[in-house]
Structures are given as C-alpha cells and as structure tokens.
Design a protein around this ligand. Structure first.
Ligand SMILES: *Cc1c(COP(=O)(O)O)cnc(C)c1O
Length: 350
C-alpha cells in the first residue's frame, strides 16, 4: 500500500477514483464518456445540480448563498474577489499568515486599498495572530483558514463587524463552522474536494452589485450566477470528481464525521512527534493544522535518513515545502487512519 501524504493534488477516496474511471468509459450506463457529453445536457446538468445541492446540505448553507464552480484555481480568486467586491477608493482588511495570504494581498492591491491588520511574519508564520482589530469601514476581511505550507489553521471564526472572506482551499469540509457567517468562501478543489481544474466559490448575494468597475464577463460572479456556472464550458470532469467526493463525505457522516477522524489523525501524529526528541513540530500548539503537519529535525543527516525510511515504507509526499524545509505531512479527509499509524510507527522506531 502506498501512503499518500501529498499536499495537493492529493489523496481522494479510492471509491471516487473507481467511479470516476467508470464514468470516463461509460457514464451512468449511457454508453457515453463523461468527457464527451454536452455540458448543456440534462445528464451533465444533473451532475452540477447534485454537486451544488450536496455541498449546500453538507455546509448547511442558507438560501442567500450561491455556489459556483469556476475555472482558474484558488489563485484566480486572489484577484477575482477584490475585482468583484472592492472599489478603488475602498479598503479591504487582510490577515498575513503565510505564502497564500501574501499572494492574495498582492493581487488585492491591484484593485483598492489593502490594510494588513495582523501578521505572523515575525514568528516565522508559526502561529495565527489573535489580537487585532479590523476597521469597521473595511469592505471585507480576508484570511486563509488553513495555511497549507506553514501548517497553521484557524479553529474559530474571527469576530469582526465586516463581511468575512476566506480561502478554504486546504481545509474545506474538514471541520464544522458556521459557514453562513461568511460573505464569500473559495477553495481550489484539489486538496479536499476533488480534482484540480475547478474552484468552488460560495458567495452571499448581499456581497454583489456594489462595485462600479467594468470587468470581463468571465470574471463577473453575478454573470456566473445568472448562468448557473455555465457561462462557458465548465470543467466537467473536475466537477464530476467533486460530486463523487461530496457523495463520499455525505455517506461517511458529513463534515462532523470528517472532523472527528481528522482530529484523531492529527492528535496521533502530533503526540507521537512531541514524544520523540528527534522531531520538532514547528507550529504553536493551539494553531497546529490538522491538515498539514510541519516538522523538522535538528540534524540534516537525520532528516535525510528519515526521508529514506519514508521512501522505503512507501510513503510519498512527506518532504517539506521548498520555502520551509523539513517535512510536511498532509492528512486530508481521504487519508485513512492506517496511513497515520504507519507513519507514527516509523517515527517511534526511528
Ligand atoms: C493550494 C492553495 C492555493 C493555490 O491553489 P491553486 O488552485 O493552485 O491556485 C491557494 N490557497 C491555499 C490555501 C492553498 O492551499
């Protein structure tokens, strides 16, 4: 068995891969591949409809929330968000917690004023800032719920007086939250929801219609809403894989069940790392991500040996991001507990 700890694209449930491959050869007994269906056919429309409905159900979204499946990855949302929500003379508040947030800040500056209300840069991005104020006149407050590269995660929603906008690319569907409190949520699908090539955007209708700039049609959330995520040809296969993953999450007991399992996996790994003096988790305890566990070892020679040991045990994706070094182990929803047990056994014996 290969243990897949990749950070993204990453592990999905085995049954999703099986069903998706059947769909490539013969979609639901139609004699047609999912890849050759017209997107404006009832067959594909039902895929899109069920994917939206299942996500709405899993996240308990109210009727003000619109769900879109868009192209371009989360990185496109870094600029599509301010383009749609922020006028040039207005200010948006941003939290700086690492690589992805920094990229979002850079893009937002192209469209209006950006106030970085707090940063964990001085702590090497090993924690989430707690005490900060967000100005009441900010159009929105943007943050990354899980910092995929640095291994920090937010476990509660900030209490502020402006609409919340969150990049949930790497922890969507992994923990319960009151998602209705957000003005906008976006996530590239390739970590917890499905295949690369599609973005999930959940936007509250009240957020839209307030900017006066002209924008290309493909960038306009309202046009995508008016056209039911079919302004142009949507990424049909990537959406189909999302549907299959969403069905799997529902069958397993929804987000609450995912959270319980994710807690168990993360606790097991962090406790094992804490108990072995050779390994050093880098993140402050209360902010440790359940999705991406980052750690180093004192001795570069030991790091090399541990890499080799992982390789020999069929573990892939344990190497840290090039900007952080050390190790990063991703424990997304679909990663089975057995893989974490295998890794912790290796750590204990090392
Ligand atoms: C992976 C990731 C991104 C970038 O996603 P792309 O789809 O490659 O653009 C952005 N934000 C977070 C939190 C991520 O984990």
């Amino acid at each position: 068995m290969t243990h897949n700890f990749n950070a993204g694209p990453s592990i999905l449930p085995r049954e999703v891969f099986e069903e998706a491959s059947r769909g490539i050869l013969d979609f639901n007994g139609t004699g047609l591949s999912i890849l050759e269906l017209g997107h404006r056919t009832p067959l594909f429309e039902s895929v899109l409809e069920e994917a939206s409905q299942t996500l709405r159900e899993l996240m308990h979204l109210n009727s003000d929330k619109e769900i879109l499946f868009l192209h371009g990855g989360a990185s496109t949302q870094f600029f599509q968000v301010p383009m749609n929500l922020l006028n040039e003379e207005e200010t948006a508040a941003y939290l700086d917690c690492g690589v992805w947030g920094i990229k979002a800040i850079k893009e937002a500056k192209l469209f209006g004023y950006v106030e970085v209300v707090a940063s964990s840069k001085e702590q090497g991005y090993t924690c989430i800032p707690k005490n900060y104020t967000v100005p009441d006149n900010a159009r929105y407050f943007h943050f990354t719920t899980n910092n995929t590269i640095e291994g920090t995660e937010m476990f509660s929603i900030p209490e502020v007086n402006v609409p919340l906008v969150a990049d949930m690319s790497s922890d969507i569907l992994s923990q319960e939250m009151d998602f209705n409190r957000f003005g906008l949520i976006y996530a590239g699908a390739q970590k917890n929801i499905g295949a690369a090539g599609v973005n999930v955007v959940i936007v509250d209708k009240q957020m839209l219609g307030k900017v006066h700039r002209k924008m290309p049609s493909m960038m306009d959330y309202q046009l995508h809403i008016d056209n039911g995520s079919m302004l142009n040809t949507p990424p049909v296969f990537a959406i189909y894989v999302c549907l299959l993953t969403l069905r799997w999450v529902k069958k397993k007991g929804g987000i609450a069940a995912m959270e319980t399992l994710n807690k168990a996996k993360a606790d097991l790994l962090y406790n094992t790392l804490d108990a072995n003096p050779l390994f050093k988790p880098t993140v402050a305890k209360e902010d440790r991500s359940r999705m991406n566990v980052v750690f180093t070892m004192d001795d570069p020679e030991k790091e090399k040996q541990f890499q080799e040991a992982c390789k020999a045990a069929n573990m892939v994706g344990v190497k840290g991001h090039r900007s952080v070094g050390g190790f990063r182990v991703s424990l997304y929803n679909a990663l089975p507990l057995e893989s974490v047990i295998a890794l912790t056994d290796l750590i204990k014996s090392f």
